[in-house]
Design a protein around this ligand. Structure first.
Ligand SMILES: [Zn+2]
Length: 520
């Protein structure tokens, strides 16, 4: 159609212009500059077009009708390659040209256009999105991504430099990368031999000792849970964050503790379902719930979420450590020592056990430990002790307090009475009723005291003193040792007393205490 119009110059010029305007309008991008005048018409020439993109000559063609399709296809091809839609910055020029009849036209125009389009596509900067659960961060380079992952994992490993992170292409989506981590650490020594090298006359380094406890572990495997992916993405300037920021972002605790209030009809199973959790997890978060699962109450508050990191780092460690083997003792009876006392004749020595185990951890928390081997590296040595067989003296304090009267009426309690502190308790019975020592001890007071009448005080050691007042008779004297429940006096009505009773006090370091807190 074009070819027919070429003869009429003005018309063809207009038609061409019209076509180009249509290009411009339909694409919104194409601008045509620099028209050449079609003035040199010669018989032996054919009319065609020279195609330029950004003033770079692309090729010659007779037809122009399919150039737009070529450009569209080229763009698609670029987009497939980069994985997103770039912006294109270019000027397309289609210049009417006369060619010699024998001149060959460009046969690979589309290929050339495609190449050119891939060069004018303003490719955005490429970055990577690291997605951990519901958190994602954008980073500049794979190197940064690898460092963030290694450091996130390394928080639970002594030497994070031993972690090597490799990003493997996902088989289903080449734009997605899955991190695989390996740790390169020296293994634990396998045998308990201290070898001397023949070349350098020094012992091979071994942290173990026959006497001192030790602990050593090496991480043999490290794994992230499957919720972490890395995807290639176009990014704008300033969109990527640095390694430190990314690390903080993906390792922060991003949940808050959440409680659930039990409503009518709830059982653990339904509560778990309502809160999108497993029944097992509900039990885990609520101590004692498993045992009392049938006793939950309406209004009871259960924990259904605790703050935790979305990133779970699972490690497997080989561990070697020592455990003490406690020594036993042989006992030699000794009738010169009181029951319950011992004297060391020969000191025993604890032994040492070496334990090898495989430990699995999640975010540094031990999940399981499997003991692989136990080796006794030092046998314990039995000790030799005496064993006292002598009966304790009756007057020794037992450490417990008994009521000083067998039968009584409780007539007054400890505490404030008429604005004054009543420093003991009053136990009433007839005059002459035996008064007994509350515990074994030494008599430190026995005689008449103003207000108290005939009174006794006994020191039980450890700061404890008991007092017995208003007695009719005192049967002990100062310095005398008395046994628990020994008869020390008789109930009376001496001193400030309104009837036969014993006023009984227990003092600790000089301060009166409520006897009822001590009495059996
Ligand atoms: Zn009293």
């Amino acid at each position: 159609m074009f070819r027919h119009l070429i003869v009429k110059r003005k018309k063809i010029k207009r038609a061409l212009l019209f076509m180009l305007v249509v290009f411009v309008l339909s694409s919104g991008i194409y601008v045509v500059k620099n028209e050449e005048k079609l003035s040199d018409y010669r018989q032996n020439m054919v009319s065609g077009y020279s195609v330029y993109i950004n003033d770079e000559f692309i090729g010659k063609t007779i037809e122009t009708g399919n150039i737009i399709d070529m450009i569209k296809r080229s763009k698609k091809s670029v987009e497939r390659a980069v994985g997103y839609t770039p912006e294109y910055d270019y000027t397309l020029k289609i210049v009417p040209t006369k060619f010699g009849k024998d001149e060959k036209m460009c046969t690979n125009l589309e290929q050339r256009i495609r190449y050119s389009m891939s060069r004018v596509a303003s490719l955005k900067k490429e970055g990577y999105v690291l997605k951990v659960g519901s958190t994602s961060v954008t980073l500049d380079s794979l190197k940064d991504v690898e460092e963030v992952i290694a450091r996130a994992e390394g928080r639970f490993i002594e030497d994070y430099n031993s972690i090597k992170v490799v990003l493997e292409k996902d088989e289903h989506n080449p734009l997605v990368l899955i991190p695989k981590s390996t740790v390169m650490a020296k293994d634990l020594p396998s045998e308990r031999i201290f070898v001397s090298s023949s070349l350098i006359d020094e012992p091979v380094e071994d942290f173990r000792s026959d006497d001192e406890p030790y602990f050593k572990s090496v991480v043999t495997n490290i794994e992230l849970d499957r919720t972490i992916i890395v995807a290639k993405t176009p990014i704008d300037d300033g969109q990527a964050v640095d390694v430190e920021t990314a690390l903080n972002e993906i390792t922060k605790e991003n949940q808050t503790e959440k409680k659930y209030e039990v409503v009518a009809g709830d059982i653990p199973q339904t509560i778990a379902k309502k809160n999108n959790m497993t029944e097992e997890r509900l039990y885990e978060l609520n101590e004692g719930l498993r045992e009392n699962s049938t006793k939950i109450q309406i209004g009871q508050k259960l924990t259904v979420m605790v703050p935790e990191q979305e990133l779970t780092v699972k490690t497997e460690e080989k561990v070697i450590y020592t455990e003490k083997i406690k020594h036993e003792n042989d006992y030699v009876p000794n009738d010169e020592e009181y029951v319950g006392t011992h004297t060391v004749i020969e000191e025993g020595k604890d032994g040492l056990l070496e334990v090898r185990a495989l430990v699995k951890k999640e975010n540094g928390k031990v999940i399981s430990e499997e003991v692989v081997e136990k080796t006794v590296i030092k046998e314990p040595v039995k000790g030799k002790l005496t064993k006292g067989t002598k009966r304790l003296p009756l007057t020794s304090p037992t450490g417990t307090f008994e009521y000083p009267v067998k039968q009584y009426r409780f007539t007054s309690a400890f505490g404030y009475r008429w604005g004054r502190l009543h420093k003991g308790i009053d136990l009433a019975n007839n005059i002459g009723t035996p008064v007994l020592a509350s515990d074994g001890g030494t008599v430190i007071q026995a005689g008449y005291q103003r207000g108290f009448g005939n009174a006794i005080e006994i020191d039980h050691g450890d700061g404890y003193v008991t007092k017995y007042a208003h007695l009719s008779k005192i049967l002990v004297s100062v310095g005398q040792e008395v046994a628990q429940l020994e008869h020390i006096g008789a109930m009376g009505n001496t001193g400030n007393s309104t009837g036969p009773h014993v006023h009984f006090e227990i003092r600790k370091d000089g301060v009166a205490r409520n006897p009822l807190d001590y009495l059996n």
